[in-house]
Ligand binder design. Structure first.
Ligand SMILES: Nc1ncnc2c1ncn2[C@@H]1O[C@H](COP(=O)(O)OP(=O)(O)O)[C@@H](O)[C@H]1O
Ligand SMILES: [Mg+2]
Length: 306
């Protein structure tokens, strides 16, 4: 029986380019309404997996089911369900922004009566209303990316796939693009390929780590980070060096290691549970506190160690 909660099922995908195995029996399930991040180094197979799911590329073997439909049989229906922002969107340079969106609206069969409103709404969403009559070739990379996103949304697809949407953009523009994606969350099923760990951490419901065409690990950002539980580091600086402080700190069961340098203590903890107690046990003798939790980047690096 079909699983109603499942929107995309990548099933045993294999794809080679000559001697390069881009996908090696890849399996990945994406639930309806979730934002799934795919992270992995360059060449991991992210773009290949996505192009296959969008019916742009055929796998050597395996299948992708999109809302229960197979990429081998239902390409037209699947394409109509997906809005895709490629790594390098090919936008027709000489078109004006509005005309480009109109062209794609007609291509995707958006009802004629709705086209103008849809274009206005999308230009507004991506903050480009004032550039509607300007040609694409006058736009910076960030502005093109905004138009690329509105193009991906033009037919109001249920699924959105963004391939490295903030790559090469300045921090402020990246922030804006992330905010658009955040606004779409919940309404749509979204796949976000990225190699920016903080982007995956802040936006995604679940993250799959891809390497050499297969999934190394998968879970919520929190689940992935909690696997590195012993890596919480508490840095304390005491006002007065106190020889008993080390003993007090070591008495907590979650403390794994204490390093002392003068009045500075670096404490490795298995969990955050005792942090409050440790601090209060040192009774106001603390001048600075810093807690470092594992980041998704730590998880990422760690998953390649084994
Ligand atoms: N059209 C192609 N021709 C030859 N090799 C390709 C092609 N597309 C991808 N590859 C190779 O397949 C591997 C996976 O690429 P890709 O899916 O683009 O990875 P990612 O998007 O994770 O960086 C890489 O080694 C890449 O060089
Ligand atoms: Mg890629």
């Amino acid at each position: 029986m079909a699983d109603d909660n499942l929107m995309i099922k990548m099933d045993s995908l294999n794809k080679s380019f000559g001697k390069i195995m881009a996908l090696n029996n890849l399996n990945l399930d994406i639930n309806r309404g979730e934002l799934l991040g795919i992270i992995g180094p360059n060449g991991a197979g992210k773009t290949t997996a996505i192009r296959i799911s969008c019916c742009i590329l055929k796998p050597d073997s395996g299948d992708v089911l999109v809302d229960g439909m197979s990429i081998h049989k239902d390409q037209i229906k699947i394409k109509s369900m997906i809005g895709y922002l490629p790594e390098e969107p090919n936008l027709y340079e000489r078109f004006k922004a509005r005309d480009l969106l109109r062209y794609f609206a007609e291509l995707y069969g958006v009802p004629r009566d709705n086209i103008n409103r849809r274009i206005d709404d999308l230009l507004e969403l991506v903050g480009m209303s004032h550039r509607a009559e300007d040609r694409i070739n006058t736009f910076s990379k960030g502005l093109r990316q905004r138009i690329g996103i509105s193009r991906a949304l033009i037919h109001d697809p249920e699924i959105l796939i963004f391939d490295e949407p903030t790559m090469g953009l300045d921090p402020a523009t990246s922030h804006n693009i992330r905010e658009f994606i955040r606004e779409l969350k919940g309404d749509k099923t979204i796949i976000l390929c990225t190699h920016y760990m903080d982007e995956a951490d802040s936006l995604c419901d679940r993250v799959a780590i891809l390497n050499q065409g297969r999934i190394l690990d998968m879970g919520t950002p929190q689940e992935l980070k909690s696997k590195l539980h012993s890596d919480i580091i508490l840095n304390l600086e005491l006002e007065i060096a106190d020889s008993s402080a080390g003993k007090i700190i070591e008495s907590f069961s979650t403390v794994e290691e204490v390093n002392v340098s003068g009045s500075k203590y670096t404490i490795s903890l298995k969990s955050k549970k005792d942090i409050k107690e440790i601090i209060s046990s040192l009774e106001g003798n603390i001048v600075s506190i810093n807690i470092k939790e594992p980041t998704l980047e730590d998880v990422f690096i760690n998953s390649f160690k084994n």
